[in-house]
Design a binder for this molecule. Structure first.
Ligand code: S3P
Length: 169
């Protein structure tokens, strides 16, 4: 069960940090949205459109079970709602990447592929709605987390070394 599990809101940089950690410390990086997309052979956006959010949440639960049973010594980045899966803690050490909503929005908007980044996220179509979801989830993320890392104004490399200092992988 020696995995690091990155949780946090959409666009905070879980995937970027996971990949940076993997290349720095030579471990495998896994991403739950990528796993779900490849298993379903379609994009998250299409899963939401065709089958709805509850179906997607079931896939996340299946994915959590598989990670728990089958994956070790990896850094795992997760979709923004994955933290709600049952027995999440059995997968590994849970790290919450903490940032204000404003900084997340800025990060997405400043990305060269900003439009694509937003388009692929069904729950980030409306900024007001996304902000409400953020407000609702922020406490929940903190409750579930073993470790909270403030990522605002830090480079992926800085965050990666902070994680390494705190967790052995
Ligand atoms: C979701 C976040 C997305 C993706 C799906 C639902 C959420 O992942 O899993 O669109 O509920 O917050 P990212 O956090 O990588 O955007």
């Amino acid at each position: 069960m020696k995995n690091i599990v990155l949780i946090g809101f959409m666009g905070v940089g879980k995937g970027t940090v996971g990949r940076a950690f993997a290349s720095e410390f030579n471990v495998f990086a896994v991403d739950t949205d990528d796993l779900i997309e490849s298993t379903e052979n379609r994009k998250i956006k299409d899963i939401f459109e065709d089958d709805g959010e509850p179906y997607f949440r079931d896939l996340e639960q299946k994915c959590a079970k598989w990670l728990e049973k089958s994956v070790d010594n990896a850094i795992i980045s997760t979709g923004g709602g994955f933290f709600k899966t049952k027995s999440l803690k059995k997968i590994g050490t849970i790290i919450f990447l903490d940032s204000s909503f404003e900084a997340i929005l800025k990060r997405i908007k400043e990305h060269p592929n900003a439009e694509k980044k937003l388009a692929k996220r069904p729950l980030f179509q409306d900024t007001k709605e996304a902000k409400k979801l953020y407000a609702k989830r922020i406490k929940e993320y903190k409750t579930v987390a073993d470790i909270i890392i403030d990522v605002e104004n830090k480079t992926p490399k800085e965050i990666v070394f902070e994680i390494k200092k705190l967790v052995n992988l």
